[in-house]
Design a protein around this ligand. Structure first.
Ligand SMILES: [Zn+2]
Length: 480
């Protein structure tokens, strides 16, 4: 083997659960978090004699994904049976696609940390069904020391799209950017909940290392089931380092599948190539070929929304947002929609974006609230007219989030109106000075920092309704 420097070669296989109302081949509900084994029927439990019927809306959604990625939509594609034996798959095969997927080729353009863009090739996007979920009842959660296993078939038969990239990625950061971009794209299309923490978007990474300048591919290692951008980047960084060290020590790497241990921060061997499954693919005899009508494909193309890249560019160009802010907004379709509607009500774009990506984002971490565009537009307008202070605006936002009440109603009810009464303000300033003679002494002795303390006292006494800059001016006037 030639020596370094080395470069990693990475390709990703991402699995996306579609958020259709029903499962892929039966009419069971497709939802997350139901009581185990309640969303099942003879079809998704693989009972003999049951017949799968493809979900038209799921096919529409995979075509939308293909169109958004610039793939060719196959005039004819077929389903295959992929055989393997695992308790979470009651039929002992998975209905998937093999050599004739629905979408072929395409590309996803990603933004790199240095500000440049890169086109990452898409090999194929195919349709399959998800498996059930096995929980191993052991202290470590690992299979080898489990006393027994619990199986939940609610997920069996949920429509699953697999998107396979070309090995075009060259660093963990590029892989992370690809996964974020794909997540934003799927979210914008509305085809999936893309909740990585709930497993509706999962990722396997293929990674090898080769000398820079080489055209050959090194020995490919697959890392299974990465369920966050952070896990993906960490696992790849670990694996690139491990492979590079092995090659520099003159070792020969073997093709294998590895598991990422999040807590230990390392990958471990799951199975080697010799143990690889022979899936014995053969055409699914119960489902006719998928031959989408070209007119239907054009109808779907017309349904494509503005895609995340174009939207980010527009936010920067039309609204003057900083690229980082545009990226945060567009990554979350809910936030981006709220931004557009708030700006449409006349709010200054940058201010609206800041409220949405900062204070409101912090509130939304705890759950969905009831803040709409009219709340934000009103809040910003009242701030601009000096009717409330920044501190009061935060309180009003929190209450609007919880109750959905109009901002002026909340301001009135909570007594948040800015203290416009000059006498009342002067009185609060005088009271703070009287109550803290030693602080006054220290300020007069030249300790400027004490002013912040005194402003804080007035703000507290006025319940945050005083304008802090005015308070500081008044204090200086009095003490100077
Ligand atoms: Zn079913």
């Amino acid at each position: 083997m030639v020596g370094g420097p080395w470069e990693p070669v990475i390709g990703l296989e991402c699995h996306v659960e579609l958020n259709t109302r029903t499962k892929m081949f039966c009419s069971c509900p497709n939802r997350f978090g139901a009581e185990p084994n309640t969303d099942t029927c003879p079809v998704c439990l693989g009972h003999p004699g049951s017949l799968p019927v493809p979900n038209r809306e799921a096919i529409a959604r995979i075509i939308l994904i293909g169109l958004a990625l610039g793939s060719t939509i196959a005039a004819r594609s077929i389903f295959h049976r992929k055989h393997y034996f695992y308790p979470d798959m009651p039929k002992n095969f998975q209905i998937s696609q093999y050599d004739l997927p629905i979408c072929v080729g395409g590309a996803l353009e990603i933004d790199l940390p240095d500000g440049s863009a890169k086109r990452v090739g898409i090999t194929r996007v195919h349709m399959e069904e998800d498996t059930g979920k096995t929980t191993h009842a052991s202290a470590s959660g690992r299979i080898h020391d489990a006393a027994h296993a619990l199986v939940d078939y609610n997920r069996a038969g949920v429509p699953l799209v697999e998107c396979v990239s070309e090995p075009d990625l060259r660093s963990p950061e590029e892989a992370g950017a690809y996964l974020r971009e794909l997540r934003a794209l799927l979210g914008a299309l509305g085809v999936s909940d893309v909740r990585m923490e709930e497993g509706s978007l999962r990722c396997d990474a293929n990674v090898s290392v080769r000398p820079v300048g080489s055209d050959e591919l090194g020995t490919k290692i697959e890392i299974k089931n990465l369920n966050s951008v952070r896990s993906l980047e960490r696992a790849l960084a670990y694996e690139i380092d491990r492979q590079t060290r092995a090659l520099e020590a003159g070792e020969v790497l073997v093709q294998e599948t590895r598991h990422w241990d999040e807590d230990a921060g390392r990958t471990t061997v799951m199975r080697s190539k010799e143990e690889a499954f022979d899936y014995r693919y053969f055409p699914e005899p119960d489902i006719p070929p998928i031959e989408p009508d070209p007119a239907w494909i054009e109808e779907l193309r017309a349904r494509l929304p503005e895609l995340p890249r174009a939207r980010r560019d527009r936010y920067v160009r039309e609204h003057g947002l900083r690229p980082e802010v545009a990226r945060v907004l567009v990554a979350d379709p809910g936030a981006s929609d709220l931004f557009e509607r708030t700006v449409a009500l006349g709010a200054p774009p940058e201010r609206a974006a800041n409220w949405i990506t900062q204070d409101l984002a912090a509130l939304r971490k705890a759950g969905e609230g009831r803040v709409g565009p009219e709340h934000l537009a009103e809040l910003i307008a009242m701030l601009d007219r000096g009717e409330i202070t920044g501190a009061s605006a935060k309180v009003a936002l929190e209450e609007a989030f919880a109750t959905g009440d109009p901002v002026p109603v909340i301001v009135e009810r909570r007594g948040l109106a800015a203290l416009a009464d000059a006498d009342a303000l002067a009185e609060a300033v005088r009271a703070a000075i009287d109550a803290h003679p030693d602080a006054v002494e220290r300020f007069r002795a030249g300790n400027e920092g004490v002013l912040g303390f005194l402003v804080g006292q007035v703000m507290r006494a006025t319940g945050g309704t005083a304008d802090p800059r005015r308070v500081a001016d008044l204090l200086r006037e009095r003490l100077g």
